[in-house]
Design a protein around this ligand. Sequence first.
Ligand SMILES: [Zn+2]
Length: 81
Amino acid sequence: MSAVVAAPAPVVFKAACPDCRARFELDAAAIRLAIGASSRTTFYSFTCPECDTAVRKPAGERIVELLTGGGVRTLRLHQTV
Ligand SMILES: [Zn+2]
Protein backbone atom coordinates (compact mmCIF):
# COMPACT_ATOMS: atom_id res chain seq x y z
CA MET A 1 0.00 0.00 0.00
CA SER A 2 1.57 3.25 -1.06
CA ALA A 3 1.21 6.29 1.05
CA VAL A 4 -0.48 9.26 -0.45
CA VAL A 5 1.36 12.44 0.26
CA ALA A 6 -1.13 15.18 0.75
CA ALA A 7 -0.28 18.43 -0.93
CA PRO A 8 -0.13 21.30 1.49
CA ALA A 9 -3.32 23.28 1.57
CA PRO A 10 -3.06 26.33 -0.65
CA VAL A 11 -2.29 29.37 1.39
CA VAL A 12 -4.68 32.22 1.01
CA PHE A 13 -4.28 35.69 2.34
CA LYS A 14 -7.17 37.82 3.40
CA ALA A 15 -7.02 41.27 1.97
CA ALA A 16 -9.23 44.26 1.61
CA CYS A 17 -9.36 46.97 -0.98
CA PRO A 18 -9.07 50.51 0.37
CA ASP A 19 -10.75 51.78 -2.75
CA CYS A 20 -13.97 49.81 -3.10
CA ARG A 21 -13.77 48.24 0.36
CA ALA A 22 -14.19 44.76 -1.01
CA ARG A 23 -12.83 41.93 1.09
CA PHE A 24 -11.40 38.90 -0.60
CA GLU A 25 -8.86 36.16 -0.39
CA LEU A 26 -5.76 36.09 -2.52
CA ASP A 27 -3.44 33.25 -3.19
CA ALA A 28 0.32 33.65 -3.12
CA ALA A 29 0.57 34.15 -6.87
CA ALA A 30 -1.65 37.23 -6.70
CA ILE A 31 0.60 39.09 -4.31
CA ARG A 32 3.99 40.67 -4.75
CA LEU A 33 6.20 41.54 -1.87
CA ALA A 34 8.91 44.14 -2.13
CA ILE A 35 11.47 44.35 0.62
CA GLY A 36 13.31 47.60 0.87
CA ALA A 37 16.10 48.85 3.06
CA SER A 38 13.72 49.85 5.81
CA SER A 39 10.21 49.02 6.87
CA ARG A 40 9.11 52.22 5.17
CA THR A 41 10.09 50.85 1.82
CA THR A 42 8.82 47.37 2.42
CA PHE A 43 5.39 46.75 1.03
CA TYR A 44 3.17 44.24 -0.64
CA SER A 45 0.93 44.83 -3.56
CA PHE A 46 -1.92 43.19 -5.33
CA THR A 47 -4.65 44.05 -7.76
CA CYS A 48 -8.16 44.25 -6.40
CA PRO A 49 -10.26 41.58 -8.12
CA GLU A 50 -13.34 43.74 -7.73
CA CYS A 51 -12.34 47.12 -9.07
CA ASP A 52 -8.93 46.43 -10.59
CA THR A 53 -7.16 48.97 -8.44
CA ALA A 54 -3.50 48.37 -7.78
CA VAL A 55 -3.23 48.28 -4.03
CA ARG A 56 0.02 48.79 -2.20
CA LYS A 57 0.31 48.38 1.52
CA PRO A 58 3.17 48.61 3.94
CA ALA A 59 4.38 45.24 5.15
CA GLY A 60 5.61 44.89 8.69
CA GLU A 61 7.93 42.16 9.84
CA ARG A 62 5.10 39.78 10.62
CA ILE A 63 3.44 40.29 7.28
CA VAL A 64 6.73 39.74 5.48
CA GLU A 65 7.15 36.49 7.37
CA LEU A 66 3.64 35.39 6.59
CA LEU A 67 3.88 36.23 2.92
CA THR A 68 7.29 34.70 2.32
CA GLY A 69 6.25 31.64 4.29
CA GLY A 70 3.21 31.36 2.07
CA GLY A 71 5.24 31.41 -1.10
CA VAL A 72 4.66 34.97 -2.22
CA ARG A 73 7.18 36.18 -4.75
CA THR A 74 9.61 38.51 -3.10
CA LEU A 75 11.51 41.32 -4.68
CA ARG A 76 14.46 42.66 -2.79
CA LEU A 77 14.95 46.32 -3.46
CA HIS A 78 17.99 46.54 -1.30
CA GLN A 79 20.65 43.97 -0.56
CA THR A 80 21.72 43.85 3.02
CA VAL A 81 24.78 41.68 2.95
ZN1 LIG B 1 -11.32 47.36 -5.05
